[in-house]
Design a protein around this ligand. Structure first.
Ligand code: OGA
Ligand code: MN
Length: 282
């Protein structure tokens, strides 16, 4: 097993590894590399759901997909509750997975919950010829890039992370629309997150849309958030994943953001996905 940096400090590729038969000592090295970098890519992993689940579980217990509104009869048909689908494909007019073909804006996963997932794992199965790239941005580097005065300002501030909309801007089931960010529902987290495993600080903004800094007027909040967002995805702190079938990407939501390009609805994109629960959530 080899760890090959794809950027100087935040993305690495793991080569010479088969994840369905990874040994404990190989996993230890892979996990250490993931903590160190924040994003790992492993190519040529033709894993079925059980294999993807088994590998993902090495990072910690998995989150069960939210099937809340699905009728019991539909739920019973689901073979694996820990592996979810992202796709634009429709069967009988119904989407088979989340996010469709739209562009997704910069975000970390589910930071609007009190206990956001540390790791997300995404396996590409069918990939469009064009579009659908996924971009990553290092938030330790974003924090380091802040001018001193701006950094000092955010040191004691928190931000409210909007739970109501997906990263493609759609209202989630069960949420009401609103037009004032103060009305957005969601968890409040400090703007600087100290990573609970590495101890490294990172800028922790979640997503721009409907974010709000408690205690400020909406204008003050928007102005400060815009000033901070200018540093979130500086080119030298970002990296783009141009997917090949059977690429697996594992990212650390505590210190990395991601976004996805849109793509033609007439092409097919089909991804399998697992999400790890925070250790204190179980
Ligand atoms: C996700 C996500 C991006 C993509 O899985 O959390 O944002 O490339 N996906 O589909
Ligand atoms: Mn995401």
């Amino acid at each position: 097993m080899n760890v090959i940096p794809l950027t100087p400090s935040f993305v690495a590729e793991i080569q010479e590894i088969q994840l369905d038969r990874i040994t404990d000592s190989e996993f230890e090295r892979l996990y250490a590399a993931w903590l160190h970098y924040g994003v790992l890519r492993i190519r040529n992993q033709d894993l079925d759901d059980e294999q993807l689940q088994a590998f993902s579980q090495r990072f910690g217990p998995l989150e069960e997909a939210p099937f809340g509104r699905m009728p019991e009869a539909e739920k019973a048909k689901i073979k694996n509750r820990f592996v979810t689908t992202l796709s634009n494909i429709k069967v009988d007019g119904k989407p088979i997975g989340g996010l469709g073909n739209d562009e997704a804006t910069w975000h970390s996963d589910m930071t609007y919950s009190e206990t956001p997932p540390p790791a997300s794992l995404l396996l590409g199965i069918e990939i469009p010829d064009q579009g659908g790239d996924t971009h990553f941005a290092d938030q330790r580097a974003a924090l380091a890039a802040l001018p001193a005065a701006l950094r000092q300002r955010v040191e004691s501030l928190s931000v409210k992370h909007n739970a109501a909309h997906t990263s493609v801007g759609k209202l989630r089931p069960g949420f009401e629309a609103f037009d004032d960010p103060r009305d957005a529902p969601g968890a409040i987290h400090p703007m600087i997150k100290t990573h609970n495993e590495t101890g490294k600080p990172a800028l922790y903004l979640g997503r721009r849309e409907w974010a709000y800094i408690p205690g400020m007027t909406v204008t003050e909040s928007d102005d400060l958030l815009d000033a901070l967002w200018a540093y979130v995805a500086i080119k030298e702190n970002t990296w783009t994943q141009h997917w090949q079938p059977f690429d697996l990407i594992i990212w650390d939501n505590r210190c990395v953001m991601h976004r996805r390009d849109g793509f033609d609805q007439n092409s097919r994109r089909y991804m399998r996905r697992c999400q790890v629960l925070p250790r204190h959530a179980v």
